[in-house]
Design a protein around this ligand. Structure first.
Ligand code: PGA
Length: 234
């Protein structure tokens, strides 16, 4: 695991955007894993600018999002479908059929998860995965206790995650109790991973750095990956 230090949120976003832009230049049909939350917003803004300037062409890029709340409609403003549309997809030249977000098939949760895994395989696997980190060490919605080999599934959200995300809802009672998430095993199969962590994640990043890979700190399993960088704001 490589640690890359950034001295501002802008620098963190810039470093991440350079990695994504280079990867698309090298492989125009890149399979890109995407994250939601506050952390990647700066990266998405820079990707939108790069697309406008002709520095990044998304016309052949395929995307797979990490997770989605269970039980929220796509047009709910708190859904990750809505978030991605608002912050990235509506502003770049990506093809609709190349966008993948969990919970889209109108099938049972188990079938949705199986179809998602199959689609990632059909696309040839994820080339570059963007990750954030929860204050409890989750990656995607793999909450503490998730195993290294876990696959895409429905998970009960940790109370800490519901509290952290309540800021986006009118009250904590509106925060869904369950979510779809790619598994840790699924994430570890990506060829390259970059995890972005702003200043507020200092404490959990220290824990990840000093810990062995353990289910209590899901992000610690990233230490098992041979091409993973943490871009952290100091
Ligand atoms: P944040 O969320 O970027 O909004 O802090 C990260 C996460 O929970 O994975």
């Amino acid at each position: 695991m490589q640690i890359v230090k950034a001295y501002s949120y802008q620098e963190l976003s810039k470093k991440a955007s350079e990695i994504v832009i280079k990867a698309i230049a090298k492989k125009p049909d890149l399979v890109l894993g995407l994250a939601t939350g506050s952390t990647p917003l700066g990266l998405y803004q820079l990707l939108v600018e790069a697309n406008k300037n002709g520095e990044a062409d998304f016309s052949k890029v395929k995307t797979f999002n990490l997770d989605e709340y269970a039980g929220l409609k796509k047009d709910n403003t708190q859904s990750y479908h809505y978030f991605m549309q608002e912050n990235l997809f509506s502003k770049i030249n990506i093809e609709k059929e190349n966008i993948h977000i969990l919970g889209d098939e109108g099938k049972s949760p188990e079938e949705e998860c199986k179809i998602y895994e199959d689609k990632i395989k059909e696309a040839g696997g994820i080339d570059l995965q963007i990750l954030g980190i929860g204050s409890n060490g989750h990656i995607a919605f793999n909450e503490p206790g998730s195993s290294k080999d876990s696959r895409t599934r429905i998970i009960k959200l940790d109370e800490k995650t519901r509290q952290d995300n309540a800021r986006f809802f009118r009250s904590i009672d509106e925060v869904p109790t369950h979510a779809f998430t790619m598994g840790i095993g699924t994430i570890l199969e990506a060829r390259e991973i970059i995890l972005l962590a702003g200043k507020s994640k200092k404490e959990i990043i220290q824990k990840v750095i000093s810990s062995q890979p353990i289910p209590e700190i899901p992000a610690s399993f990233l230490k098992l990956h041979s091409n993973c960088a943490f871009i952290i704001e100091e």
